[in-house]
Design a protein around this ligand. Structure first.
Ligand code: SF4
Length: 316
């Protein structure tokens, strides 16, 4: 059976799926990137490998997306490397063909994608402000002494969410400490945080956007039912969370790899190679571009970061 591997490498988490020709997920894995995307991808591929019968499943397409997509695409000899907006839209459309709005809140960034008739017509990303992301919620959870996985469940028990100023992490943290000292109930503070994540999102990435149903909410934070409920209260309609919402980027890029006319000769043993990245500075002009060099078993396989051909070390 022919199959396709899609990998979404973010700064916080790394996600991967193997799909068949009908886009069914045959294997999936979600792990923490831990600041080392290459090692994370090796672990991810081992996890995926264990879930399939390699005598029957042949990977003929590999796609990568996410912030380390170029690096990992080079490492795996991917036949397609795509940005997160396209990958998330394709993945979501494969399951929800009528989707009009995608809310996505990940570990360190968030995005909104607007779709008309199956085509992306507008989008926005927020990579600057950590308030309202998964990393922000995790740090607030540890400050409150609860597990972030329990946040949503606790939030739903609140009858009177506390107002938390969450326009940036510094304000949110000091406001949270202040509210806790004033004796507000923990569940009310947590529900207030969920609401503040939503208002931060809608006032930043969602600002000025025409949000229409059906709305799909995905990314790691979509697992928080308190944030889902807060979104529904704000937008006044159902916000759908798919059980595989955290895998949507990986699914989308696996579908793109399947549809690409170029195929790859991917082998699981590729992870046995010794990969290295090195940044070198081009000193040929005052721009001093940082050129990222990737080598496999000490042999240079790709390099990028040069702003002109004088710094092209691949074609010297
Ligand atoms: S790559 Fe081109 S623009 Fe960049 S430092 Fe080298 S010569 Fe200058």
């Amino acid at each position: 059976m022919n199959a396709y591997l899609g990998i979404d490498v973010g700064s916080i988490s790394t996600k991967g799926v193997i799909i068949d020709n009908e886009n069914h997920i045959l294997a999936s894995s979600y792990i923490w990137t831990q600041g080392n995307p290459m090692e994370a991808v090796k672990t991810l591929i081992h996890n995926l490998e264990k879930q399939i019968d390699k005598k029957k499943v042949h990977i003929i397409g590999v796609g990568t997306t996410g912030s380390a997509r170029k690096l990992i695409g080079t490492m795996l000899n991917a036949n397609i490397i795509k940005n997160e907006i396209t990958a998330h839209a394709i993945g979501t459309l494969s399951l929800y063909p009528d989707v009009k709005t995608i809310f996505e809140i990940g570990g360190q960034d968030s995005k909104i994608i607007l779709i008309e008739d199956g085509i992306v017509v507008d989008y926005a990303m927020n990579t600057l402000c950590a308030a309202g992301t998964g990393a922000f919620l995790s740090s607030q959870a540890s400050r409150l002494g609860v597990k972030v996985e329990d946040f949503g469940r606790i939030a739903l028990t609140s009858k009177k969410p506390t107002k938390i100023a969450a326009r940036c992490t510094v304000f949110a943290e000091s406001d949270l400490v202040h509210k806790a000292q004033m004796g507000y109930q923990k569940e009310d503070i947590i529900a207030g945080l969920c609401k503040s994540v939503v208002s931060n999102y809608l006032n930043n990435v969602g600002k000025g956007k025409k949000i229409k149903a059906p709305i799909i909410f995905q990314g790691g934070v979509s697992k928080n039912i308190g944030v889902k409920k807060a979104f529904e209260e704000e937008v006044g309609c159902e916000v759908i969370v798919d059980p595989n919402g955290h895998l949507m980027g990986a699914l989308g890029v696996a579908i793109l790899a399947k549809n690409s006319p170029i195929k790859t000769n991917f082998q699981f043993s590729i992870t046995d190679n010794n990969f290295e990245t090195k940044g070198i500075e081009c000193n040929k002009c005052s721009n001093h571009c940082e050129i990222i060099c990737v080598s496999r078993n000490k042999k240079l396989i790709d390099a990028w970061g040069n702003r002109c051909s004088n710094g092209d070390i691949m074609n010297r």
